[in-house]
Design a protein around this ligand. Structure first.
Ligand code: TRP
Length: 332
């Protein structure tokens, strides 16, 4: 079977090392393994909770695309596109809305959590509440079969497949295709402050675009085991973000196990450990930063890439929309 791989990013900030070890590394693997890869900027979805701050979404569209190119995602191997430049997605969303109830959206665990976090209650913008439907349109428009996601996105996959089954059942066809979510195996990186989430608003992220000095300072200030005061004290490895980062970035696993044992015993200082982490992270991030600098010289070219990708994406989405409209007797 020919697999079609689709992933998307909301352009609400530059991408950080948490994105790197999660979705970006997975996409790098996908582009080697599969020939039909689509990656898109979910600008419409970003607007559902940033409609009052469109300049943020607009500015980050190019930043996120720069991050993709910087890590080595190739235009020859992926269709890069912008969600809002494929209006067929919006049309599909309207059609699918008939197949989804308010109660079902309110039950979506990810929506539920976000609703609480944002304290929306009944004032929730409809666009936000319904974003899983728009996400189902993103996925089904390209007949995607593999959707690499983080754990929090699994409810979206489930809801998409429900729409697919309902649609095919009601209109007695097999136009829409079910997909499977592919969980990236890597651990979730905590913030440099030890918070379990890394993010812009928490001011605890290391960005792919950070310069050498910034990274060095962020690592120097990283949270470790607060009870590890003197070098000779025994330290905790679990829940210590320096070790979590080393787990993700240090290729020398044998050496890492030795360091962990040493740290637990006592006698291994945080400064030494952080220096090692810094060397390793700089080694990973330097080539990424270099490539980013090259692409940054011509942002117009990056935008062109997104524009031409969006045209290709439109052609595919238009075919699906055509079939969907036929099934719903909307062809006049
Ligand atoms: N919700 C995803 C995120 O926040 C972005 C997204 C929108 C997406 N549509 C998608 C991801 C379709 C995969 C498939 O990261």
């Amino acid at each position: 079977m020919n697999e079609i791989v689709l992933t998307g990013d909301r352009p609400t900030g530059k991408l950080h090392i948490g994105h790197y070890v999660g979705s970006l590394v997975t996409r790098l693997k996908m582009q080697e393994e599969y020939s039909d890869n689509l990656i898109f900027i979910a600008d419409l979805q970003a607007l559902t909770d940033n409609f009052d701050n469109p300049q943020k979404v607009r500015a980050n569209t190019i930043e996120v695309a720069l991050d993709w190119l910087a890590v080595g995602l190739k235009p020859e191997r992926n269709i890069f596109f912008i969600q809002s430049l494929v209006p067929e997605l919006a049309e599909l969303t309207v059609l699918y809305m008939n197949l989804v109830s308010l109660a079902r959206l309110q039950r979506n665990p990810t929506v539920k959590t976000e609703m609480k976090q944002k304290e929306y209650g009944a004032t929730v913008p409809i666009g936000f509440l319904a974003y899983p439907v728009s996400q189902a349109a993103d996925i089904t428009a390209f007949k995607s079969t593999i959707v690499p996601v983080g754990e929090d996105q699994l409810p979206m996959i489930e809801q998409t497949n429900e729409i697919v089954r309902r649609f095919n059942n009601i209109y007695n066809c097999d136009i829409l295709v079910e997909c499977r979510g592919l969980l990236s195996k890597t651990v979730r990186l905590p913030g440099t402050d030890g918070n379990e989430k890394m993010g812009k608003s928490l001011n605890n992220a290391i960005y792919l675009s950070d310069d050498e000095q910034t990274i060095k300072e962020k690592i120097k200030k990283m949270y470790t085991d607060p009870n590890h005061i003197r070098v000779s004290d025994p330290g905790k490895v679990e829940g210590n973000p320096v070790f979590t980062y080393l787990d993700a970035f240090d290729a020398d696993k044998e050496k890492l196990e030795e360091l962990k044992a040493h740290y637990r015993r006592g006698g291994l200082g945080d400064v030494m450990l952080k220096n090692r982490l810094n060397d390793i992270m700089q080694g990973t991030l330097e080539p990424i930063r270099e490539r980013r600098r090259e692409y940054e010289k011509d942002k117009g070219e990056v935008l062109n890439l997104l524009l031409s990708g969006s045209n290709k994406a439109r052609e595919i989405a238009a075919n699906t929309l055509d079939e969907v409209k036929s099934a719903m007797m909307l062809k006049y």
